[in-house]
Design a binder for this molecule. Structure first.
Ligand SMILES: NC(=O)c1ccc[n+]([C@@H]2O[C@H](COP(=O)([O-])OP(=O)(O)OC[C@H]3O[C@@H](n4cnc5c(N)ncnc54)[C@H](O)[C@@H]3O)[C@@H](O)[C@H]2O)c1
Length: 448
């Protein structure tokens, strides 16, 4: 006969009142506010003694608060947003992308002078080839004892594109094991995706972005005025990540892109012309993309769950992107268009919906096909890497189930993969240029 076990005693307490327990009990802790390390992070925990005097179990949760804001003229003295973060601190320590420093460094310096906030700034070249552990080490030197000696609750200001947000975010994650940072994304990719993302990283020898830590910025400021000086190829590149959220999560955003995408590209999101209406559309597109992305990514900051629509287009591309030396956005749209063809093959998506996806990418000059897809060994290796990265439970390949929704495929067999490549090649062969986009390689825009 099984005897009912009495429930263990459940207590709440503070650390001082707890002594080692040899009886079965669970104690939950809420640490007093006065001991808090940083204004952005909180946590609580539980310790459960088994009652045998030899073992106990611990569980702890960690909560972080992050905010994302659309702002206008972030370095205009009339905009107090950054000053409000730094004026109560004795300084602002900043990491700034080299090109951004050339274009906006003066304005940034004048901003902090205006508010009489001392600025300690390092300029960092952040090309894709600079996305290395060496760059992270250099930034750590700047943040560390022989540099600015940044404290663990001092928010570092990071200003630049996706490469900088990845490497500088990782340096902040490693410095004191976790130092907050404020992100000002100056490219489309950084504004709506890499900037607020918790996934900080550097490229490793295995595949792109393979070394990293989950460490989102505590505040992300998005100012589309920066897009005025971006090369059009980079604006196009960034729009790939907006299309991704439109396909998997927001059908209305997809329609906005179908209607206004080309104008947004041409005017760099209404910063090089366009009327007031287009400016409003630009803000709406950015807001919707950000909201949709952070709804999924921001509430699942540690990738503890694999229902991640934003991984659409990112299952095979991390393997083939560096090999083909593709711009990230083009690699993603090739991955998305190919994923749409797989979704048709398995009956999740109608061919007309796949064609709409391809048409939208092409209307913006984004690639939908590349011969690298035909390297089946590479594609299978990419799947293998991804399976490990996503936790071995399955492949979790996000694939569309319509315009504005998606699901996750657990298995793509080598046979299905090969058949889908052939079918995708067939679909794209009818396109005038075989599905190739504009300025698709890193070298096209002078970046290696
Ligand atoms: N962590 C994530 O979740 C995530 C998501 C998406 C992409 N990424 C990563 O982001 C990277 C791509 O980012 P990106 O597209 O921003 O490229 P990038 O950071 O290389 O920036 C592109 C170029 O634009 C320059 N630049 C930046 N702002 C400018 C401005 N306002 N005006 C003129 N020039 C400017 C930069 O110096 C650079 O030369 C990839 O490495 C990708 O893996 C990461």
């Amino acid at each position: 006969m099984v005897q009912a076990q009495p429930n263990p005693t459940l207590l709440t307490g503070n650390l001082k009142s707890i002594s080692p327990s040899k009886s079965e009990q669970i104690i939950q802790f809420n640490h007093p506010e006065k001991y808090r390390t940083s204004e952005w992070y909180t946590g609580h925990g539980e310790i459960a003694a088994s009652g045998d005097g030899r073992s106990f179990a611990i569980s702890a949760s960690y909560t972080l608060e992050a905010e994302v804001k659309l702002v206008d003229g972030v370095f205009e003295p009339s905009n107090p947003t950054l000053a409000q973060v730094y004026s109560s601190r004795s300084r602002c320590v900043a990491i700034v992308d080299q090109t951004v420093n050339e274009l906006y460094g003066e304005q940034l310096r004048r901003y902090f002078e205006h508010y009489e906030i001392p600025l300690e700034l390092v300029v960092c070249r952040a090309w894709e080839s600079d996305k290395t552990p060496d760059t992270v080490h250099r930034l750590l030197k700047f943040l560390g004892k022989d540099g600015c000696d940044v404290s663990r609750n001092e928010p570092v200001l990071v200003v630049g594109g996706g490469v900088l947000s990845d490497v500088a975010g990782l340096a902040c994650a490693l410095h004191h094991r976790r130092t907050p940072y404020v992100m000002v994304g100056t490219t489309v990719v950084a504004a709506i995706d890499a900037g607020p993302s918790p996934r900080t990283c550097t490229n490793g020898s295995q595949f792109k972005n393979s070394l990293g830590a989950y460490h989102p910025p505590v505040l992300t400021l998005v100012d589309r005025n920066f897009f005025r000086t971006l090369a059009t190829g980079h604006v196009r590149n960034g729009m790939a990540e907006i299309i991704k959220m439109a396909i998997t999560d927001d059908g209305e955003l997809f329609e906005l892109l179908e209607q206004y995408g080309s104008q947004l590209l041409e005017t760099h999101f209404a910063t090089l012309g366009g009327d007031e209406k287009l400016a409003k559309i630009a803000d709406e597109v950015i807001y919707r993309a950000l909201y949709s992305y952070m709804k999924h990514e921001g509430t699942n900051m540690f990738e503890t769950y694999q229902d991640r629509p934003h991984s659409y287009g990112h299952t095979w591309s991390p393997r083939f992107e560096p090999v083909a030396k593709l711009m990230h956005g083009h690699a993603v749209t090739i991955g998305m268009a190919f994923g749409a063809t797989i979704a048709v093959e398995i009956g999740w998506l109608k061919p007309t919906e796949r064609d709409r996806i391809i048409a939208l990418c092409r209307s913006l000059g984004l690639s939908v096909y590349h011969p690298i897809l035909e390297d089946i060994d590479l594609m299978i290796e990419g799947q293998k890497n991804m399976r490990r990265k996503r936790g071995d439970g399955g492949l979790w390949a996000a694939l569309p189930t319509g315009i504005g929704s998606c699901d996750y495929a657990q298995e793509i067999s080598p046979e299905l993969l090969q058949a889908s490549v052939a079918s995708h090649k067939q679909v794209c062969s009818s396109l005038p240029d075989g599905g190739k986009g504009k300025e698709i390689y890193l070298g096209d825009l002078g970046l290696e």
